[in-house]
Design a protein. Sequence first.
Length: 158
Amino acid sequence: MLNRRDFLTRVTGLAAVGLTVRQVSLHALAAAGTEPEITIYKSQSCGCCGKWLEHIKANKFRTVVHDREDMDEVKDWLGVPKGVRSCHTGQVGGYLIEGHVPASDIRAMLAKKPKIAGLAVPGMPSGTPGMAAPGAKPEPYDVVSFQKDGTTKLFAKH
């Protein structure tokens, strides 16, 4: 049978172990949360989609990738307006990402938390992440924010 002193020593020891385990778990969760996770839908055969994915990974995003050949159906299902569509689509932090949006603009959006459906680079301008050809002069391009009804507003100029 335990006396009071042994009991208190054991309870105190268990509490200390519990706090240590909790602190380690919280640190692990905090470290895991520093890199946003983006889910990307793309065609496996699309080279520029693969290059954009490399850009996103190089900029410290965790990725979940779904190779799909029915991208119009995916965009319909996600609610991407036809006027902003490009080749690949992402989802991050409750927002949609359409096309060759730079990682820096995605991070800016996540920090600002605007009331928009997402960001897009309509079409496939040269010089965007994934479309930059070595030696080619990049075209200026815009990143637009959009709503599900298709309305857009300038988000960034590049």
